[in-house]
Design a protein around this ligand. Structure first.
Ligand code: PMP
Length: 456
C-alpha cells in the first residue's frame, strides 16, 4: 500500500509520552502506528489489518470510515468552524444537540452542558453538584461516593472519583472528598456461597452504613457506571441499582450515571440507565456520542439542579464555568449526524442482536483452562484469565498473561484490551454476525497459542 503523506517513520516516534503504557518497555518495542480504518477494521503502517474489537477506546460506534461524519464536519467547518457558548451566545448544532439529548435521556433530565472529554464532564459534575448544594443552603453536603474499580476520568477531580489504584498512586489523588465502596463484582468479591442477590443486598447495606457513619448531610452524590468499563467490564449483580438508588433518594443524595461507555446503545438499550432501571439526576455521555470522530462530552442534568444553579448564578452575576470549546459547533454537528446514523440503522437493536451472538460465543470459552469468568451485556464483554479455575487464583505476576494474550491477538489480527488479566471486547455497534464469528476465531487462536506456550 502506498504510504499516506502523513505517515511517520519509526525514528520519529520517540517524542511522545504514551498514556497507559510502560514507558521503559515502550522505548524498546515502539508504538504500533495505526494508519487508516475501514468499517470495523483498522490497518497499521505495514498494511496489516485488525478487527478493532475495542472500538478504539470503547467509542467508535459507526466504524472507522463513516463518510457521513466527515461530510457533517466539513459542512459545519465551512458554515461556522468555531464559536463559543459564553456570554449568552450559542450555535445551532449545540442547541439542537442539547434538545436531542434531553429528549433521549432518562426522565428527570432536562438540561445539557457540553465539554470536550469525559474527564472534564465529570469535573463539571463535581463543581455543579457542589454549586447546587451551596445554592440549596447545604454547604456541608459535598462528599462523593464511588466504587473501587470505577473509571470516571483522569483529571484532578474526575481522577479522584476513579477507583483504580494506579491512577492515584504517586499522582497524589484523591484530592476531593470521596469514599470508595466495594466493586460490585460477584465473581471476585462475593463471600463463599453468597448468591448474586445476597451480594447486592450486602453492598446496599455497606452504602447505608457508610452514609450513617459519615452523616447524610455531608454526602452529595453517588456516581457509578451502569456497567463498569475500564475496571474490567463488570455488569452489576441483579437488584443492585434499584437498592442503591432507593437508599440515595432516602438520604437526598444525587444519583450520577456515568454513561460515557454505555450511552447510545452499547448495552442494547439507548442508555445503561434504561437497562437497569436507573433514574439518575445527572447523566454523563461522551465517546459514542460522536463515535470519537470529534472530542465531545455532555453533562445532562435535572430541572431541579438547573433551577437552583440558575438562581444562584443570577445572584452571583454569572455561572462562571465553561470551556473554550464548550458546545463546539463541529463536534456537535458530527454528534447530530452520528445519532442519526445510530437511529436510522437501528444500531441499538444491532447491539442487542449481534451482542447476544457475541456473548454466547465468548461464553463458549468458559471451559478453556485459562478462563475464570466470561461476563458482559450487549456489545461489551470481559474474559477474565486465571491461573487456577477452581480457586479463581490469579497469576503470580498480575497482568502478564493478559499482556501475552493481547500481543498474540495482535498477531492474529485482532485488537482487544488487556485490563490486568481481563481481556475486554467492545466492538463497533455496526459489527455483523460473520465479523463476530471471525473475531471469536481469532481470539480462540490467540488463547490457544498462549496456552501452548505456557505449557512448553
Ligand atoms: N467515564 C467513563 C465511564 C469512561 O470510560 C471514561 C474514559 N474511558 C471517562 C469517564 C473519561 O473520559 P475521557 O477519557 O474522555 O476523559
Amino acid at each position: 500500500m502506498e504510504a499516506l503523506p502523513n505517515s511517520v517513520q519509526a525514528r520519529d516516534l520517540r517524542y511522545l509520552l504514551h498514556p497507559n503504557t510502560n514507558a521503559r518497555q515502550h522505548e524498546v518495542t515502539g508504538p504500533l502506528v495505526i494508519e487508516r480504518g475501514d468499517g470495523v477494521y483498522v490497518f497499521d503502517d505495514a498494511g496489516n489489518a485488525y478487527i478493532e474489537a475495542m472500538s478504539g477506546l470503547w467509542s467508535v460506534a459507526v466504524g472507522f470510515s463513516e463518510a457521513r461524519l466527515v461530510e457533517a464536519a466539513t459542512r459545519q467547518l465551512r458554515q461556522l468552524p468555531y464559536y463559543h457558548s459564553f456570554s449568552s451566545k450559542t450555535n445551532a448544532p449545540s442547541a439542537m444537540l442539547a434538545e436531542r439529548l434531553v429528549n433521549l435521556a432518562p426522565k428527570r433530565i432536562s438540561r445539557a452542558f457540553f465539554t470536550n472529554s469525559g474527564s472534564e464532564a465529570n469535573d463539571t459534575v463535581v463543581k455543579l453538584v457542589w454549586y447546587f448544594n451551596n445554592a440549596r443552603g447545604l454547604p456541608n453536603k459535598k462528599k462523593f461516593i464511588a466504587r473501587r474499580g470505577a473509571y470516571h476520568g483522569i483529571t484532578v477531580a474526575s481522577g479522584s472519583l476513579t477507583g483504580l489504584p494506579s491512577t492515584h498512586r504517586d499522582f497524589d489523588l484523591p484530592v476531593i472528598p470521596v469514599r470508595h465502596l466495594t466493586c460490585p463484582h460477584h465473581y471476585r468479591y462475593a463471600e463463599p456461597g453468597e448468591s448474586e442477590e445476597q451480594f447486592s443486598e450486602r453492598l446496599a447495606t455497606e452504602l447505608e452504613t457508610l452514609i450513617e457513619q459519615e452523616g447524610p448531610e455531608t454526602i452529595a452524590a453517588f456516581i457509578g457506571e451502569p456497567v463498569m468499563g475500564a475496571g474490567g467490564v463488570i455488569p452489576p449483580p441483579p437488584g443492585y441499582w434499584h437498592k442503591i438508588q432507593e437508599i440515595c433518594r432516602r438520604h437526598d443524595i444525587l444519583v450520577v450515571s456515568d454513561e460515557v461507555i454505555t450511552g447510545f446503545g452499547r448495552l442494547g438499550t439507548t442508555f445503561g440507565s434504561d437497562l437497569y432501571g436507573i433514574d439518575p439526576d445527572i447523566v454523563v455521555v461522551s465517546k459514542q456520542l460522536t463515535s470519537s470522530y470529534q472530542p465531545l462530552a455532555a453533562v445532562l442534568f435535572s430541572g431541579e439542579i438547573y433551577q437552583a444553579v440558575a438562581d444562584l448564578s443570577s445572584r452571583l452575576g454569572s455561572f462562571a464555568h465553561g470551556y473554550t470549546a464548550t458546545g463546539h459547533p463541529v463536534a456537535c454537528a458530527v454528534a447530530l449526524e452520528n445519532l442519526d446514523i445510530i437511529e436510522e440503522r437501528n444500531l441499538v437493536g444491532n447491539a442487542r442482536k449481534v451482542g447476544a451472538t457475541m456473548q454466547r460465543g465468548l461464553r463458549k470459552f468458559a471451559d478453556h483452562p485459562l478462563v475464570g469468568e466470561v461476563r458482559g451485556v450487549g456489545l461489551i464483554a470481559g474474559v477474565e484469565l486465571v491461573a487456577d479455575k477452581s480457586t479463581k487464583a490469579g497469576f503470580p505476576v498480575p497482568g502478564v498473561m493478559g499482556a501475552a494474550v493481547f500481543d498474540e491477538a495482535h498477531r492474529q489480527g485482532l485488537i482487544v484490551r488487556a485490563i490486568g488479566d481481563t481481556i475486554a471486547f467492545c466492538p463497533p455497534l455496526i459489527i455483523e454476525e460473520e465479523q463476530v464469528s471471525d473475531m471469536l476465531k481469532r481470539f480462540g487462536r490467540a488463547l490457544d497459542a498462549v496456552t501452548s506456550r505456557a505449557k512448553s
